[in-house]
Design a protein around this ligand. Structure first.
Ligand code: PLP
Length: 401
């Protein structure tokens, strides 16, 4: 139990699920927490702070500019709003009413996901393209780039792309199709870090805007993220989330984000104003990012997490009725996860029942539930603390004896 949660009567959980939002994201290092405390002691000009963030993000991603957002979902909302309104403050003021604007966002049907609600929040209408035949079991194909090209009209504001190692069509083909029609591509790369190379990968492939979560595996504050990309679109995103309770004459946007002369006056508070990133989140994210790209931090993380996952494997491998193995984690190359297959007949319970018993016991243990149909449960080490492997193994033996 930790002091502050104990005071509030909130139990802490053992998080072997990973950096999911519903189990509070990842663990922040003391360095990040200290930087946030430091940030909280002084006030700054938020445009200036986002301007400096833009330089740092541009340097690390190869993008022209970037801002810190309150998460990847906020990045999707802001990125879409930028593609719809451009640098027109009158259009910004009208969102989510898009009458008279380009407001369609084209995406492959197989990329639809719960987070694309954030794209619609900006006022966009989704245009789904293709049939994900490879997932239905009926065929082998997915949406193809020519189908995306064919769906683009004069109403298209953007093409939206969900980045995943198995995403089809390939991003470079989608970019080619979109750019041929003068349409920007907005990439959701929320959980594609690590590997660290992915900070540049999607921009290198020609994406106009890319959004990442800060609160997942890079170790930033849970409510932080990055939106990076084309300078004019990032300027529009900044204009639609920063606070404008001032006169135009008082406003000094930093050159790293925009020239003041490109707009005739300041818009009102924009569609992105409810997803405010505070100075503490911005500094926390920038600190986490600096640590994330430092080789020694990566190596240290890798060692600690690999040791923990080995402890977990050693502790779990004698559990009755399970076959236990170390398996690569698609999301975190280099650090495996422990995967169990339960003999449901011998155990007298299903993997899903076991997941529920782990979750509803004391302490509450959350495991990966994505393969329960195959009687499999996964345990990730990314959010574990040193005493956790033993606690998990002890509970598993009790539940399966
Ligand atoms: C987690 C996630 C998001 C949302 O990220 P937040 O930083 O929590 O806003 C969006 N898209 C995908 C694919 C995600 O995995």
């Amino acid at each position: 139990m930790s002091g502050i949660y104990e005071q509030l009567g909130i139990r802490t959980i053992i998080n072997a699920k990973g950096v999911s939002t519903r189990v509070s994201g990842g663990i922040m290092s003391p360095e990040v927490a200290d930087a946030m405390r430091d940030a909280s002691r002084h006030c700054v000009d938020m445009w200036e702070l986002q301007g400096r963030a833009s330089e740092i993000i541009a340097d690390l991603t190869g993008a022209e500019a970037g801002i810190v957002t309150s998460g990847a979902a906020a990045g999707l909302l802001l990125g879409t709003a930028a593609c719809i309104a451009g640098l027109d403050p009158a259009k910004m003021n009208r969102l989510p009413d898009t009458a008279g604007m380009k407001d369609e966002v084209v995406m492959a049907r197989s990329h639809r996901n719960f987070y694309d609600h954030a794209v619609r929040t900006a006022g966009a209408k989704l245009v789904e393209v293709g049939i994900p035949d490879r997932f239905s079991g009926a065929g082998v194909r997915d949406t193809e780039a020519w189908e995306i090209a064919a769906a683009i009209t004069e109403k298209t504001a953007a093409v939206h792309y969900l980045a995943h190692p198995n995403s089809l069509p390939p991003l470079d083909q989608v970019v080619k199709a979109a750019h041929a029609a003068g349409v920007p591509v907005l990439v959701d790369a929320a959980s594609q870090l690590p590997p660290v190379e992915n900070l540049r990968h999607f921009i290198d492939q020609g994406a106009d805007l890319v959004t990442y979560s800060g609160g997942k595996a890079i170790g930033g504050p849970q409510s932080s993220g990055i939106l990076c990309g084309r300078r004019d679109l990032i300027a529009s995103a900044a204009l639609q989330c920063l606070d404008h309770d001032m006169f135009f004459e008082q406003w000094n946007p930093p050159a790293s984000l925009m020239e003041k002369s490109v707009i005739p006056g300041l818009p009102q508070h924009g569609i992105g104003r409810p997803c405010k990133a505070g100075k503490e989140e911005i500094i926390g994210l920038l600190t986490a990012l600096r640590l994330f790209v430092a080789d020694d931090t990566q190596a240290r993380q890798q060692m600690v997490r690999t040791a923990l996952v080995q402890d977990l494997y050693d502790a779990l491998k004698e559990t009755p009725h399970v076959e236990c193995r170390l398996e690569p984690d698609g999301y975190r190359p280099g650090i495996p996860i422990v995967r169990l297959t339960l003999d449901e007949t011998a155990a007298g319970k299903t993997a899903f029942q076991l997941i529920l018993e782990l979750q509803n016991g004391d302490p509450s243990i959350h495991a990966d539930n994505s393969r329960i149909d195959d009687a499999q449960i996964g345990f990730s080490s990314i959010c574990l603390e040193p005493g956790h492997p033993k606690a998990i193994a002890t509970r598993m033996r009790t539940l399966l004896k």
